[in-house]
Ligand binder design. Structure first.
Ligand code: HGY
Ligand code: MN
Ligand code: MN
Length: 416
């Protein structure tokens, strides 16, 4: 396939303006975003994305998980489209670029092709996957997971948020439940641009991460049950302190992850104690242990050691414990042909680049199961993400989108 000419570049100013415009929707309290999935703010961001895509001549498809597909026609209507995208939903204290750069980068490719009057054989489809973050509704990458056949739609619809609202009801409430069957669409290839969310690219002075693999993820929700009691009048030996048990278990989580240094990681980001009253010994603690590693055997070892250590701790304290696997996926190896298209694009465009394993999970990790898939990464300041202070440079955004543009357009085959 003919590669795009070296001088073909996207419009970095327009991309940046679109990122800043989208960032106004669902603002956080510290300069970032709180545009959680299936909220009114999510709906508003979706509407803006749809308007921009239609202004760029695309027709918008919408499936029964709310996944959005902005279609730019190709010269061969029978050729499977090249999909390019990510997610518009954010963490509650999220940044302006996590996910959003990949969605608006896909749109910028379409806008640039329009500017240059370039036709491609394969259609190109800019995509927004619903609920990548998995914060309001676990697990992460829920809708790309249904699309890839990893979860049933009914199971996904029944997921409940902290207020007991189901995914299915909220999707309908915001008016973004489409009619398309989820996963019916077939793809020629899928590409995702994402900020690294870690420190490697910036530390190594590289503009581009050529993502060869994605590390695996395991989410185990742990419920420890003790007994509510008065923090003042209950003698220490009589206490059934679920909060203390949780703290001891979380120490073990850290120890287990460190035992597999330097690549494995472990922590709990979701932590609830009940009744969470200053003068009540917590009778219940519910928390989600997040283990990750590039090696499946290491993930399995960490999961097993967590259970053994946690059961020993609660037995010694006379408490009860339950475990529920609430998310996870095996380590991922991306398609070598698509990865080569990304690497060759970075080379052709003269951007410094390095192969990298993705530390975070992405929709591409599931889509890789149903279509040839690869990712492009750009650096982020101090490697910080899932924090409102998340920041990237305009040049990094443009470089990442240039590489995405070349990889997508080469795969979609330019028609002279
Ligand atoms: O959890 C993840 O890695 C992604 O940010 N949802
Ligand atoms: Mn993301
Ligand atoms: Mn994220």
């Amino acid at each position: 396939m003919a590669a795009p000419a070296q001088n073909l570049r996207i419009n970095g100013d327009r991309l940046w303006d679109s990122l800043m415009e989208m960032a106004k929707i669902g603002p956080g309290v510290a300069g970032g975003n709180n545009r959680q999935t299936l909220t009114d703010e999510d709906a508003e961001g979706r509407a803006l994305f749809q308007k921009w895509c239609e202004d760029a001549g695309c027709t918008m498809g919408l499936d029964q998980m709310g996944n959005m597909f902005a279609h730019r026609v190709g010269t061969d209507p029978n050729a499977l489209p090249v999909y390019v995208g990510s997610h518009l939903d954010t963490q509650p204290t999220g940044g302006k670029y996590d996910g959003v750069l990949g969605v608006l980068g896909g749109l910028e490719i379409i806008r640039t092709l329009n500017d240059l009057g370039i036709k491609t054989k394969h259609p190109i489809v800019a995509t927004n996957w619903t609920n990548e973050e998995g914060t309001r509704y676990a697990p992460a990458m829920l809708s790309s997971g249904v699309f890839a056949g990893m979860h049933t739609q009914d199971w996904a619809y029944d997921r409940e948020d902290a207020e007991g609202k189901t995914f299915g009801d909220e999707l309908k409430r915001i008016g973004w439940r489409g009619d398309e069957e989820v996963g019916a669409r077939k793809m020629h290839a899928f590409f995702e641009l994402h900020i690294e969310q870690g420190p490697i690219l910036e530390a190594e002075g590289k503009d581009i991460g050529v993502v060869t693999h994605g590390q695996g993820l395991s989410w185990t929700q742990v419920t420890v049950t003790g007994k509510d009691a008065h923090t003042g009048s209950t003698p220490m030996p009589m206490r059934k302190n679920a909060g203390l048990a949780m703290a001891r278990i979380l120490e073990k989580v850290d120890e287990i992850a460190w035992s597999h240094a330097p690549h494995a990681v472990g922590a709990a980001g979701h932590i609830d104690v009940y009744p969470n009253s200053r003068n009540v010994i917590p009778g219940k603690a519910v928390f989600t242990v997040d283990f990750r590693s590039p090696e499946l055997a290491v993930i399995k070892d960490m999961e097993n050691r967590l259970r053994v250590a946690a059961e020993d701790i609660v037995e010694e304290m006379g408490l009860q414990i339950e475990f529920e696997k609430v998310g996870g996926f095996d380590p991922v190896k991306f398609d070598e042909g698509c990865v080569a298209a990304v690497r060759d694009a970075a080379e052709r465009l003269g951007y410094s680049h390095t192969d990298i394993i993705s530390g975070a999970g992405h929709d591409a990790c599931w889509i890789n199961r149903v279509a040839p898939t690869a990712m492009v990464m750009c650096p982020c300041v101090d490697g910080l993400s899932h924090n409102e202070a998340e920041e990237i440079s305009k040049d990094w955004a443009a470089a990442g989108t240039d590489v995405l543009f070349h990889a997508v357009v080469e795969t979609a085959e330019i028609v002279e």
